[in-house]
Structures are given as structure tokens and as C-alpha cells.
Design a protein around this ligand. Structure first.
Ligand SMILES: C[S@@+](CC[C@H](N)C(=O)[O-])C[C@H]1O[C@@H](n2cnc3c(N)ncnc32)[C@H](O)[C@@H]1O
Length: 351
């Protein structure tokens, strides 16, 4: 049995209803939380209180015939999150659903707990109804894997989204869903580095992916950026994104292994090296040191760890074989990956 509330209301002819609602809304008398009732040729519109003189005059001026009365009205169902649209699944499963998920252009990537996976399609369809501009919803079915750091995905509702455009701080990225690394939680980090760079810098983005750092920098600064990735889809995406952004800087996308491509740069050295491959950064530090300008430069060293001390210790120990650290400029936790795994970054000025 639906609960109804006793309210003052007006009864108007069906074809006057829209005009009457407009007048009531203008005079702030419309009870917007309640549903209007349609009965044969008339419509009953709930109001928050009886009509004022001004509203009656407005109705007369508009030629709206009306009758004031009292009736019972049903409250509109309030949809605040996608969970309000998930129907026919046990309450406990709804309670365990995540409140947040990643929106990547026209796709949603959501981590559904194991026990709710049987209802994945219902959950996906609720998300599609909640976000009108989304074409496909994907469940993240495991941890990021492999050298290319891909996320295992399963389409659970809508259509497969092959290519879409995702925007971070005004920078547009062409994304091949499921074929490249993507993590919207890094958006502030991309922005932060973009703000730190100065015009004229030469930068190496050693593990550029779809260009999170490279494009953010190039959209803001007149820098020269060499963006390397081993994943051909990532480099292809980056090349497509170059055409849809207004760039101040220049990006040179390079498909290859960061450990080997340097032989192609001949004498090129850099003012800044971005090392965002947090599971294996330590393996590449010597290559970064090799190409950093002799006059000194900045290294952004990203690393997974439980505590920051582990990262500082590792970085200082490893780099001491190649270069000297003049100053640690910044140390920060970038994101919480899991209760015992965080992504940290050290920004260091190195000679
Ligand atoms: C964590 S993602 C970084 C993405 C990007 N920096 C961002 O912020 O969105 C790591 C990237 O490194 C690439 N990669 C892994 N090993 C590599 C290597 N040896 N040389 C170049 N790129 C590599 C992967 O394909 C992946 O795109």
C-alpha cells in the first residue's frame, strides 16, 4: 500500500495543467515532491498551501479554470544514487554495492563485490538509467595485470564502448576501453605535475600510457615532451588525442620499451623524467639517470608501498650508484590502492 499525504490542491482541465503548473512554480506554490494525479479529463496538482490572491489573478489572466480542494498525494520517489534504481535484488547485496565508480567517457567501470556479481546486469542497467550519457557499464573483474597494466573488464549492461573521449581538467583523452591503462584517480596528480612544469622544459614521460601527464603538461606549458609506452594502443590513443586538444607544448609519442629506446635519442637529455610504473620503477631508475641533464633535473619516482619510508630508502639507495640527490622537493601519497598498498611519489632534484 503506497503511503499518501493529505494536501491542498487545485483541479484543472487536462489541457490547462501545464500552464497551471508553470504559474504555481513561478509563485513557489507547487508541491514539487509530490506526484500530480490525472483523472479522466482533469488533473489534480498538489500545492504547498492554499492559493494566494496573486496566483488566482494569474490563473484568471491565463484563462485557467480551477477549483481548490484537498486530496491525498503520493510522494515522488527520490533517486539520489544509482542504488535507488536497483530493484529485485536482496537488500544486503544493495548495501554492499560501491558508492563510487569510474566514469571514463561513455563507459562506467565498477567494482562489484563477489556476492553481488549474480546481479551484475541489474546493477549495470540501474547505472545506465542513472547516467543518461553512458553507453556501456563494465564490471572490473580483477586486479590490474601484465606489463601494459590493463584492467580485466566484463561488459554487464549496454553496448561495448570501443573508443570514447574522457576529460580531465579540460584535457581530452581518446581511450580504448580495456586496451590501455586508465585510472581517473590520478587526475589530480596529472594536474599537479602539469602546474609544476615551466615553459621550455624538455621532459621524458617514460611510461606515458594514454598521455595522462604528457597531454596535461602540453595543454598548459610550452614544453617538449617525449612520451614512451610499450602498449601500441596507448600510443595510438595519444596520437589521436593530439588532434583534439589545443596544445602549447609539443609531444613526441614513441612506441617502445623505455629501457631501450634511449639509444634512439642520441645526445638528448631531459630536465624532467616522469616514472609512473609503480610496480617496477626501481628497474628503470638507471635509465632515467642516464638521460637526465648533466646540469641537473627533476625525477618523479612513483612507487607502490605500505609506508613512504620504504620508498625513500629504496630511492636514495638506488640512485646513489648513478647520481646525487640535491634535494627532495616533495613526497606525497597519491592514492590509497588497498588497506596495505599505497601509491607514493618522490619528486627529487638530482645532479
Ligand atoms: C601505470 S601505467 C601509467 C600511465 C600513465 N603514466 C598515466 O598516468 O595515466 C604504466 C604504463 O607503462 C607502460 N609500460 C610498461 N612497461 C613499459 C616499458 N618497459 N617501457 C615503456 N612503457 C612501459 C604500460 O603499457 C602502461 O601504459
Amino acid at each position: 500500500m503506497v503511503e499518501k499525504n493529505k494536501m491542498s490542491c487545485i483541479v484543472v482541465r487536462k489541457y490547462d495543467a501545464e500552464k497551471a503548473i508553470k504559474v504555481l512554480r513561478k509563485h513557489r506554490l507547487l508541491a514539487t515532491d509530490f506526484k500530480v494525479m490525472r483523472c479522466k479529463d482533469v488533473v489534480k496538482i498538489p500545492t504547498i498551501k492554499p492559493l494566494t490572491k496573486n496566483v488566482k489573478i494569474a490563473f484568471n489572466n491565463e484563462g485557467i479554470l480551477f477549483k481548490e480542494t484537498i486530496d491525498y498525494f503520493e510522494r515522488k520517489s527520490v533517486v539520489k544514487t544509482y542504488k535507488d534504481l536497483v530493484k529485485n535484488i536482496p537488500r544486503e547485496a544493495i548495501d554492499r554495492l560501491p558508492s563510487s565508480y569510474d566514469i571514463v567517457g561513455e563507459a562506467i567501470l565498477i567494482r562489484i563485490p563477489e556476492e553481488a556479481m549474480n546481479y551484475a546486469q541489474i546493477i549495470g542497467e540501474a547505472l545506465l538509467r542513472f547516467h543518461k550519457n553512458i553507453k556501456g557499464v563494465y564490471a572490473v573483474t580483477g586486479e590490474t595485470y601484465g606489463e601494459e597494466r590493463l584492467t580485466p573488464l566484463k561488459l554487464i549492461a549496454g553496448n561495448s564502448v570501443e573508443k570514447t573521449v574522457y576529460v580531465e581538467h579540460g584535457v581530452k583523452f581518446v581511450v580504448n576501453i580495456g586496451k590501455t591503462y586508465i585510472n581517473p584517480s590520478l587526475s589530480f596528480e596529472h594536474y599537479r605535475i602539469g602546474e609544476e612544469v615551466s615553459d621550455g622544459e624538455k621532459i621524458l614521460d617514460m611510461f606515458c600510457g594514454i598521455g595522462g601527464f604528457s597531454l596535461t603538461i602540453a595543454c598548459r606549458k610550452k614544453a617538449e615532451i617525449y612520451a614512451v609506452d610499450i602498449n601500441p594502443y596507448a600510443i595510438r590513443s595519444l596520437i589521436s588525442s593530439l588532434k583534439i586538444n589545443k596544445l602549447k607544448g609539443t609531444i613526441y609519442p614513441i612506441l617502445g620499451d623505455s629501457a631501450y629506446v634511449f639509444s634512439k635519442f642520441f645526445n638528448k637529455t631531459f630536465d624532467r623524467v616522469i616514472m609512473n610504473l609503480p610496480g617496477s620503477t626501481y628497474r628503470f631508475l638507471k635509465y632515467a639517470c642516464r638521460v637526465l641533464s648533466d646540469n641537473g633535473g627533476i625525477i618523479h619516482y612513483y612507487r607502490f608501498a605500505e609506508a613512504i619510508n620504504e620508498v625513500i630508502f629504496e630511492f636514495l639507495k638506488l640512485i646513489s650508484s648513478f647520481r646525487s640527490v640535491v634535494k627532495i622537493l616533495n613526497i606525497r601519497k597519491v592514492i590509497e590502492v588497498s588497506p596495505r598498498k599505497r601509491l607514493y611519489v618522490i619528486d627529487a632534484y638530482v645532479m
